[in-house]
Structure formats: C-alpha cells, structure tokens
Design a protein around this ligand. Structure first.
Ligand code: AGP
Length: 608
C-alpha cells in the first residue's frame, strides 16, 4: 500500500526522504515521487519506478531542508508517472502526498473542472492540491486553515502531507482512517505512514488520531481538529530499532522472520503462563473472571491469514472453554448488517492493526455496543487503539508480505485466550497444566522444525513445477490447510486451494490426477484414521500426496512425508503451519520469485 514520508529540519531533506521511502518499500507500491523546494520553486520528481531508480532521477545538488515523498499503490488511475505522487496545484506551489481513497473525488473533480481547473492526472489526490490552492487564494489565514477548509469538503479516508513552496518552514499533516505518525528529533521533525520510515532517526513518536491535523516546524509541532480546536498529544517511545527492518544474514525478510519464530513465541509467552493455576495471565484484556464468564460466544474477526489464525483460535475456545466460537472474514462483516450480540466476546486479529476492513468491523461492532478486544502486533495501531484493550502479539516488526511470525503469535495468543476462558469455566487443573507445559515448549518445537529446513526443501522442490496444489485438512487441520495454501499462492503464484478433507468427495476429487499434488495435514489425533482414508482416496486417483504428520503412517501411502514434532494434540495446528511456511518459501525460491515483493500484494491493506 502507499507510503508517506515527510521531513523538516536542518539536514538535507532529499536523502532522508529517499531512505524513508526505501524503508517503506516492503509495503508494496508501483510508483514513487518526491518534492522539495529548489531555488524558490517546487522541484517534483516522480515516476512509475522503484525507489532506487527514483534516487537516480533525483540526483544530487538538492540542498532543501524540507520536503515530502511517497510510494503509490494504484487505486484511482493506472500506475503512471503522471499519477505518481506528489500531486501539485496548477501554479506549482502546493504539493500533496496522500494515502487512502477520497470517495467523492469524482464530484470534486467535476466541480473544479467546471471552474476551469486543468487536471494533469487521474488521481483523487490532485483535487486536494487544487482545493488547497483555491482556499489560499480565497483568503485562508494559513496553510493549515486551507487544508482544514479543503478537508471539510472531502469524504473518505486519508493520511496526507501538504507543502507550500512559499512557506518552506512548515508541513501540514492530516489523518482520517489512514495512519500518520510524527517523529520528533532534535531540531527536526519527521512524518510517515509507518514507523519503519522513522526509526533510523528517532524513537520518539506521536500518533495522530482520525480527524486531526498537525503543523510541523523544525523545532515544534501543534495539533488540532478539523473544527480548529487545539488537541494535546502524548509522546511515545517505540521499542523498535532500525535493525528490525534489515534482513541481516538472510536473503529475504520472510526467511528471517520464519527463523525468528522461536524467539517471537517466547516473547508472546513470557509472563503470561501461570503454572500455579494452570492458566494464562492476559493483563491487557482488562476483564475480571466474572466478566470472562459472562460471555456466551466468541467471534474472531480478521482478514487473510489473520482470519485463518482466528479460526484456529475459535476451535480452541470451543475445545477448552466449551463456548460456541467461530471466525469470520472482517472484510465482509460490516456489509451484512451483522447481529451484534452483547454476550459475545469479539476478537479483532491483525498484525498491522491498520487493515481497513478489520478496523471498519471494529467500528461497526462498537457502534452497535459490541464488546471487542484487539489482538494486534503494532503498538499504537488503529485497530489496537480503537479496541482499547486486548492481547499484544509481541512478534516484533514484520516486514515480509507473507506473514509468518505474526500469524504464529496470533495462534499462540488465541490459545492463551482460550486457555483463560477455559480455566474460568470447566477446563480442569490437570488439563490446564498439560496445556501450559506444552505451550512453554512451543518455541523449542518450532526451532526443531526450522532446523529441518533442508529436508523440507528437498520435499518441496519435487513439486515446484506443479501448476495447482490442494491443501487438505480436517477439523484442527482445516485452518492449517488454508494458511498453507495462502502462503504458497502469495509467494510462488502456484494456484493452491484448501479443502476440508471430507469435502473432497463432494466435488474437488474430480480434479485429482497425477498433476495435482495434495498436501495433507495428518496429526496423530482422533481423526487419524479418517485422514489416512483421505490419502488413500487421493492415491487411488493417481494424485501425489505430501503428508505433514506427527503420526506413523502405513508405508507407501504418501509420496513425501514432512515430519512435525509432537505436542498436546490441540496445539498441533500451531506447529503444523511452520513446515508449510518453509515449503512455500523454498518452492518460491526455486521458482526465482521475489519473496519480499510478491506481485499485486501489499503488506498492509489500508484500502477497501
Ligand atoms: C498474510 O500472509 C497475508 N499477507 C495477508 O493475508 C494478511 O494476513 C492480511 O492482509 C491481514 O493483515 P493484518 O494481519 O495486518 O490485518
């Protein structure tokens, strides 16, 4: 998705802005641009190029101490040079970078065109530049006032930074539904849509709220609402370092983050497993046992892999707390006029905490009086703040578009929530004790799986030429199959579909032949015999079988066996998902894919 960087201070702005854009590349983009003042005029360089090429186009010799920059992920208009940001007004004074979507863009464009304004791009953003310029011509007292006047006419989501070359000592910033964070330095201020662009320079940040504006100078800033009421902000120190955004000795972020999983899970568990009472301690929930017992249902909401992790969590809540539980894609939730039940605990799951669909689901829930907690990774994110309480994932910054450590920590965090809900109900002390012990061992078990990377690779490359693949799971294995298929399609572009094992015979079996390998999730649990039957059905139709298992299987049943260490059976899905990450990664590497920049995808989906 789009990325924003702005700088005002005493250093040369262009290298800082370009470096900031480079740090945001992981989010996905198709064009990039930068604007700085140069000899009293606005100098805009923008094109449908990568950031490295933009750096070459910008060249050297720019001494400006202020500027703004952007990476664009096309929504309104093709990814062309003209549509790249910054967008400027007709006189070339005002530059705007924008994340989000202006919903009444067509009306604004029609109105401005009727007034004689000539547009040079197809973007919704260009209208903002023209409207701000017009507000200034009409007598707005300041750039901030002109931005405020403009935003009152705008419907939709935005995070924007605005610069007027005639006022080079300030930047104006505003936010509504699209993240904006200010970075505070010594005699310099930064602004970005993601802290990844800032942490190289400062750990001191301020998050803007929806409906807020900020005016930044080199030495200070002030914030206000769209109604011009001053607001006061609290500075936060982010516990993230620049190294977190580098892939060190690894070729790509996905592999680095897969290998960080043992430590990430340890961080998620530390201080949260209560051995004495065989339960979980989740202080961030802010729910006492009486409240925890008051829920009659649990519903997890998330998108993509976060939804699948929620499905795994729902299974555990049903097993351990004996409460009806399910998961639903957050992207559909608000559109079906959901019945919001006051006795349901809603759990919004999101790595970024920025996913617009998940945020909108939370807002819909709150509007209807639902009780919702967050399960997010990014501190200060929109979903986290909107929920106000929940379980932090503690996975550390995740850069890879294909989520690994965050998804694993979603599963681990859901398991802790399920354990807690179980232990305030009828889950026995003895059972709780077994779960706590098994959870404490998860980091070591995950490390064992990752140590077998070469063996999984050997299995994976045998199937790298497949055009399609099935992922098949039953009960606990079903969310694992979905997540396995998701990882493979995201980074290898192999068509992968997940099916519930028993559903195969109701249709998909027709597709099985020697060219359709099936990855079958086979935990050693109550449905082992059924899963063996599924593999026999596939084999009987000539389909290759890749079994992911911790059971002893009959000889010759699977073409390839990927082994997983044993745990408590309920925790098997957490472990079974790990080799599937490696499987997808090694196939994608074998196919020469750009792992960290999968086509058409973005790390955080902040648009509909
Ligand atoms: C995961 O590999 C995907 N890139 C994607 O499905 C992701 O999980 C989804 O977009 C939700 O993101 P979030 O966790 O940041 O809300």
């Amino acid at each position: 998705m789009c990325g924003i960087v702005g700088y005002i201070g005493r250093r040369e702005a262009a290298p800082i802005l370009l470096e900031g854009l480079h740090r945001l590349e992981y989010r996905g983009y198709d064009s990039a641009g930068i604007a700085v003042p140069h000899r009293g005029r606005l100098r805009v360089t923008k094109a449908a190029v990568r950031v490295d090429e933009l750096r070459d186009l910008v060249g050297t010799g720019l001494t400006a101490k202020v500027g703004l920059a952007h990476t664009r992920w096309a929504t309104h208009g093709e990814p062309t040079d003209a549509n790249a940001h910054p967008q400027v007004d007709e006189d070339g004074h005002i530059a705007v970078v924008h994340n989000g979507i202006i919903e009444n863009a067509e009306q604004l464009r029609t109105k401005l065109t009727a007034d004689g304004v000539k547009f040079t791009s197809e973007t919704d953003t260009e209208s903002l530049a023209h409207l701000i310029a017009r507000a200034l011509r009409d007598g707005a007292a300041s750039l901030e006032d002109a931005v405020r006047t403009t935003l009152r006419e705008v419907e939709g989501a935005y995070g924007i930074v605005v610069f007027d070359v005639r006022k080079p000592d300030e930047l104006v910033v505003a936010r509504n539904g699209s993240p904006i964070v200010l970075g505070i330095g010594e005699g310099e201020m930064f602004v970005a849509s993601d802290i990844a662009a800032l942490v190289r320079y400062t750990q001191r940040v301020v998050y803007l709220d929806d409906g807020e504006l900020a005016t930044l100078g080199a030495d200070d800033f002030h914030t206000s609402t769209l109604q011009a009421t001053r607001t006061s902000k609290t500075e936060t120190m982010v516990d993230v370092a620049d190294e977190d955004y580098q892939h060190d000795g690894y070729d790509d972020f996905m592999r680095k983050e897969m290998h960080e999983q043992p430590d990430a899970v340890r961080r998620a568990l530390v201080g949260r497993l209560d051995e004495r009472f065989s339960t979980a301690r989740l202080g961030g929930l802010d729910l006492d046992p009486h409240e925890l017992r008051s829920f009659r249902r649990v519903k997890f909401l998330g998108c993509g892999s976060a939804y699948y992790a929620g499905q795994l969590g729902a299974n555990l809540v049903e097993e351990w707390a004996r409460l009806p539980a399910d998961a639903e894609p957050a992207s559909e939730f608000r559109y079906r006029n959901p019945v919001v039940d006051p006795e349901t605990l809603y759990v919004a799951v999101s790595q970024s905490g920025e996913t617009l669909d998940t945020l909108a689901a939370v807002q819909e829930l709150k509007r209807k009086g639902g009780r919702v907690i967050g399960m997010v990774n990014v501190v200060g994110s929109a979903v986290g703040r909107e929920c106000g309480r929940g379980v932090l994932l503690h996975a550390g910054p995740e850069v890879s578009v294909a989520s690994t450590k965050a998804v694993t920590n979603m599963c681990v965090s859901s398991a802790m929530l399920a354990l807690l809900l179980g232990r305030v109900r009828d889950l026995s002390m003895a059972h709780g004790k077994r779960i706590v012990a098994a959870m404490a061992e998860l980091p070591d078990r995950i490390a064992e799986i990752l140590a077998a990377e070469a063996e999984i690779e050997a299995a994976a490359v045998r199937f790298a030429s497949a055009e399609h693949m099935f992922f098949v799971g039953r009960v606990r294995g079903w969310p694992v199959a979905r997540e396995g298929a998701q990882k493979l399609k995201e980074i290898s572009y192999i068509h992968a579909e997940a099916y519930q094992a028993a559903e195969l015979k109701h249709g998909p079996l027709a597709l099985i032949d020697a060219h359709m390998p099936s990855v079958v999730i086979v935990p050693d649990d109550e449905v082992l015999a059924k899963n063996i039957g599924t593999m026999e059905q596939i084999k009987a139709r000539g389909g290759p079988v890749i079994a992911v298992t911790n059971a002893e299987l009959p000889d010759g049943l699977a073409d390839v066996v990927i082994r997983v260490p044993r745990s408590e059976p309920e925790l098997d899905p957490i472990l079974f998902a790990i080799p599937l990450q490696v499987f997808a990664h090694r196939i994608a590497i074998h196919l020469g894919r750009d792992i960290d920049k999968p086509r058409n995808l973005a790390k955080s989906v902040t648009v509909e």
